[in-house]
Design a protein around this ligand. Structure first.
Ligand SMILES: [Zn+2]
Length: 209
């Protein structure tokens, strides 16, 4: 089996690029965290799975990181720091608290830096489309994620569309998702996993009573 095949398949239940990025931390932060970005290679591997880069670029980045282990380690630490700051801001908003100032400042810096690399280019058939430079920076792949985070904070969040998995109450899952159901009824990151687990627990509870 190749090193690529052995890597983790990420669960993609968030419904937005930046939420999938937040959900690269599994379990529940502070209770039973399950970090899924354990070395730099997990980043391109994730980015390929969410469709940000192709497999060839993923392999190039992993090779580049192998040649520059210190830079790669630092890039991973920066990515995780940006992710955790964004998480703190999003979670505070979901819970109706004001965002921690330091985290919001970090998120703003992250988004601003990414936007410096956003370019419009003519689209076939007229108009323009936006693209992000890939200048070889090990974290260039996160620029569209930062831009998506801005959209989520400006649009989905004020519309009340963001939800925290119901299994957070059981201390099991802290995944965040966008609720696009018509009647706003989504409660779990995944009905198959967390939804089922909650249902089974309720069933067992009733059996005991
Ligand atoms: Zn969940």
């Amino acid at each position: 089996m190749s090193a690529f095949a052995e890597r983790r398949i990420f669960d993609l239940d968030g419904g937005r690029l930046s939420l999938e990025f937040l959900n690269t931390m599994g379990g529940l932060r502070g209770v039973r965290p399950d970090e899924r970005l354990t070395d730099y290679a997990d980043l391109p591997w994730w980015a390929q799975q969410v469709g940000l880069i192709d497999r060839r670029r993923m392999q190039e980045l992993i090779a580049l990181a192998g040649q520059h282990p210190r830079r790669a380690q630092q890039a991973l630490a920066e990515a995780v720091a940006a992710r955790e700051a964004l998480h703190a801001v999003v979670l505070a908003a979901i819970e109706g608290r004001s965002p921690p100032a330091a985290d919001l400042a970090q998120v703003n810096g992250w988004i601003a830096a990414a936007m410096q690399h956003r370019r419009l280019r003519p689209k076939a058939g007229g108009g323009f489309e936006a693209a992000f430079d890939d200048d070889g920076d090990l974290l260039a792949l996160l620029r569209p994620v930062a831009a998506d985070a801005a959209r989520v904070l400006e649009t989905d969040l004020p519309a009340g569309l963001l939800g925290l998995c119901g299994e957070s109450e059981a201390g099991r899952c802290g995944w965040i998702f966008v609720d696009e159901t018509r009647n706003h009824s989504r409660r779990f990151c995944s009905s198959k996993d967390c939804g089922n687990r909650a249902k089974q627990r309720r069933f067992q509870q009733r059996q005991k009573e």
